[in-house]
Design a protein around this ligand. Structure first.
Ligand code: FES
Length: 334
């Protein structure tokens, strides 16, 4: 999804261009000490705390219903990142919402297979009933509508999800009835998968915490049936015909060639050359040796690559100040 410069979509979270940040609603639940304790718990699950950013953004959504400017600052402060860096991530993924969502998120697949089977008609009908378009919330706060690209359930097309739970093989009338029920406070059971909760609840689940009040409810969600006839049809057909998928086991990989590198400590070597020699000599496997050799200063550069590029790969330091935002998702989107 792309956003026009200065548009609502592109700036609601970060205000990184000249547009004002959308002010938070006065009744927005605060990010509390409990939220911070849970965020720190997420950070402790990873060797690098910044790896916790994605679940932390879901955690923010579970409290506030979207990635608010406060949520961006919250993640940036805890992870030692800039708000621009957090905003770059939050605006890249469509699962992070940039303005307040309703109680439920209704996603209608309008990608190719669903579209030819009626997905676009479903979207248009729901949109007309709710009086909203893509990424907008009904006036009663019950439902946020979005059109989605493939929801990875093409065998059940046309597909609608509510809070990421599947409602398979919909048509216009069944989808309209589903949304009507949601607006009346009902939670129709999904076709398969866990029982429906709400957007904030499933955001908590995506953050890595249980959204359920007790173990029995959690167990029921895990044990809910997850397969359906369309998914099993191909498997059954293959079994009838005695067909199997080819083995993933390929031929034995050829041994990596021995690197053409002088032994460690040769005359006239610099400290970095000696260190590279040691890395090559101490490699345990041919593959490790080849990898170490690839970074050896004596190894010729591949065609088309300039020596100045060596060492840039793999940096975990994003561009800052004058380079901030270059090639970032924000700029791509705008
Ligand atoms: S095209 Fe709709 S789920 Fe794949």
């Amino acid at each position: 999804m792309s956003a026009l410069p200065g548009s609502y979509e592109g700036t609601a979270v970060t205000g990184l261009d000249a547009s004002p940040v959308e002010p938070a609603a006065p009744d927005l639940p605060p990010l509390t000490e409990q939220t911070e304790a849970e965020a720190r718990e997420l950070m402790a699950r990873y060797p690098q705390p910044r790896s916790a950013l994605l679940p932390m953004l879901h955690l923010v959504q579970s409290v506030q219903g979207y990635v608010s400017p406060e949520g961006v600052g919250f993640c940036a402060r805890l992870l030692g990142l800039t708000k621009a860096e957090v905003g770059a991530v939050a605006t890249f993924y469509t699962m992070y919402k940039r303005h307040p969502t309703g109680e439920h998120l209704v996603s209608v697949c309008t990608n190719t297979l669903c579209a030819v089977l009626g997905g676009q008609r479903i979207y248009d009908a729901i949109s007309a009933d709710l009086g909203v378009g893509h990424d907008q919330t009904a006036a009663d706060g019950s439902v946020t509508l979005e059109h989605a690209e493939c929801l990875a359930a093409c065998d059940y097309a046309p597909v609608v999800t509510v809070d990421y739970e599947f409602y398979d093989q919909q048509d216009v009338e069944s989808a309209r009835a589903l949304v009507t029920a949601l607006r009346m406070g009902e939670k129709p059971p999904p076709t398969r998968g866990a029982p429906l909760t709400d957007f904030r609840g499933v955001s908590r689940q995506l953050a890595g915490f249980s959204q359920h009040a007790d173990l029995a409810a959690e167990r029921a969600a895990i044990d809910a049936p997850s397969t359906g006839e369309p998914t099993l049809a191909g498997v059954r057909l293959a079994a009838e015909r005695g067909e199997t998928a080819p083995s993933l086991q390929g031929p034995e990989p050829e041994a990596a060639p021995e690197p053409d590198v002088e032994p460690a400590g040769g005359p006239g070597e610099t400290a970095s050359e000696q260190a590279a020699d040691t890395a090559v000599a101490s490699a345990d496997t041919p593959a490790e040796r080849a990898g170490a050799a690839q970074h050896h200063p004596d190894t010729p550069e591949p065609a088309g690559r300039q020596p100045a590029e060596r060492g840039r790969e793999g940096t975990d330091t994003p561009p800052t100040s004058s380079g901030a935002g270059q090639n970032s998702s924000i700029e791509r989107e705008t």
